[in-house]
Design a protein around this ligand. Structure first.
Ligand code: SAH
Ligand code: F3S
Length: 448
């Protein structure tokens, strides 16, 4: 009889933190089904790429990588199969299959079927992919892949209902679904018991987290848990765990959430609040559901309720119909807020989205890039301005690992999610260090 070959899988991650968290769910499911996690790409016979289609560039990266890896298929005595999981647009899916680059594909709602799908693929059957629209994976304990075993991610919502006109996420990840709060709290407790010191709660739009529970009990008939309740419960139950969350949509962020953040020292004082544009005309075209004025008043509220809070952003330049004056509005908004940091992109039209179907991608690429450079340069100035304020201050830093640049230094982050590096002493990964800041770049604080 033929000996059963070990199913060695290797997983390579692209895209957002949600994909990292999904890779942990996939790993957990595969390990339970008798697969073995391989640290080496060359040794593995099942190669998974957790893909991202958010921008055209991300998709091209996946395509190139898959093409580059095809040599593994030609190796003697080894049948390597390739699968793509995660977010992918329909055109890239068709391309990958047509060109016979991949053997199978699994969308984010179907990971529970991944073992069956791989078995089919190993038998030469392809094109297998199903969908379960209510999947939250609440019953799967993720296999946390982060090597430091100190910080990790946990998804609390999946999908998105917001339908921003530029965004492919509602198409690749489906409608929004929230995970059971009991599962979330238990998983946080389990992680804490296992030595984890920081957890980042993930969702495309964490503020729209909602869980309803109906009881037969006479007195309590119905309980609704929203994001502020969830944060409160986790922060209270696990007081020494640092808690972060991402992403907040300005449209859904409530005062209740801000009050909970301000009340608990273990909830980190940082909010990622993508604005996308400073122009009301563009915000409307993007279907962002808030105005520049509303956004700025939210920023004001954050600074009033949580004065030490750092704020970061996402901005897109060159969206459909963006004129110079809209771009100037974005610049003036940035000047008003002076964000601590941000992620900036030029617009790329994504198949299937409203903007792709109904709006003209009419800003020339060189203009998109020029505007992008301008806001990146401005952000650098603002980051530097914010960072200078830390000089001479003592920061509470959770040590996450060795600095990549110098093994004599530790690397960690303060509550505002700013990276701090400092010389090693008698401390170890997972300790809290109090670091006096002596130098700064626009992205890193250096201290002792
Ligand atoms: N739910 C998240 C969005 C995830 S996508 C949020 O609200 O932050 C991350 C970022 O990618 C978005 O905030 C946006 O700035 C950028 N992005 C999304 N689609 C894009 C596109 N078609 N072109 C360029 N940037 C895009
Ligand atoms: Fe995308 Fe907007 Fe949702 S950016 S993920 S549709 S909040």
């Amino acid at each position: 009889m033929k000996k059963n070959k070990t199913k060695l899988f290797y997983i390579e991650n692209y895209g957002c933190q949600m994909n990292v968290s999904d890779s942990e769910i996939i790993t957990s499911i595969l390990l339970k089904n008798g697969y073995v996690l391989s640290e080496s790409l060359e040794k593995a016979n099942i190669i998974l790429l957790n893909a991202c289609s958010i921008r055209e560039k991300a998709e091209l990266t996946i395509k190139k990588r898959l093409e580059q890896l095809q040599y593994l298929k030609k190796e003697k005595d080894k049948k390597t199969i390739f699968g793509v999981v995660g977010c992918f647009s329909i055109p890239i899916k068709n391309f990958l299959f047509k060109e016979k680059i991949i053997d199978f594909l699994v969308n984010p709602d179907s990971y529970k079927e991944i073992s069956n799908i791989i078995s089919y693929a190993m038998m030469g059957k392809k094109y297998f992919f199903i969908e379960n629209k209510n999947e939250t994976y609440a019953d799967i304990i993720p296999f946390h892949l982060n090597k430091n075993k100190i910080t990790t991610f946990l998804s609390i919502t999946r999908g998105c209902n917001n339908m921003c006109t530029f965004c492919i996420v509602p198409f690749t990840r489906g409608r929004e679904k929230s995970s059971n709060p009991y599962f979330i709290i238990n998983e946080c407790k389990r992680l804490y018991k296992n030595g984890y010191k920081e957890i980042t709660l993930l969702g495309q739009n964490v503020d729209s987290y909602r869980w309803n529970e109906n009881f037969l009990n006479e007195n309590i008939k119905k309980i609704e848990i929203d994001f502020s309740n969830l944060l409160y419960l986790i922060a209270k139950e696990i007081p020494f765990m640092r808690i972060r969350f991402s992403t907040s949509n300005p449209h859904d962020m409530s005062d209740k959430v801000l009050k909970v953040i301000s009340k608990f020292p273990n909830i980190c004082k940082h909010i990622h609040l993508p604005v996308q544009s400073g122009s009301n005309k563009i915000l409307k075209l993007m279907n962002r559901k808030y105005t520049r004025e509303k956004y700025l008043s939210l920023i004001h509220k954050i600074k009033t309720i949580i004065p030490e809070c750092s704020i970061s952003h996402d901005i897109i330049t060159g969206f459909c119909n963006e004129e110079e004056k809209d771009h100037k509005d974005t610049i003036s908004l940035m000047n008003e807020v002076k964000y601590n940091y941000g992620y900036m992109f030029y617009y790329s039209s994504r198949p299937g989205t409203y903007a792709y179907r109904k709006l003209k991608d009419n800003v020339p690429i060189n203009v998109k890039k020029k505007r992008l450079k301008e806001i990146i340069d401005l952000q650098k100035k603002h980051s530097f301005f914010r960072m200078k304020k830390y000089l001479g201050e003592v920061q509470e830093v959770l040590i996450e690992g060795e600095s990549k640049k110098d093994s004599q230094y530790w690397y960690g982050r303060n509550t505002q999610n700013i990276v701090v590096v400092f010389p090693k002493k008698n401390n170890k990964i997972g300790d809290i260090a109090f670091v006096k800041i002596t130098k700064t770049t626009s992205a890193t604080l250096i201290g002792k």
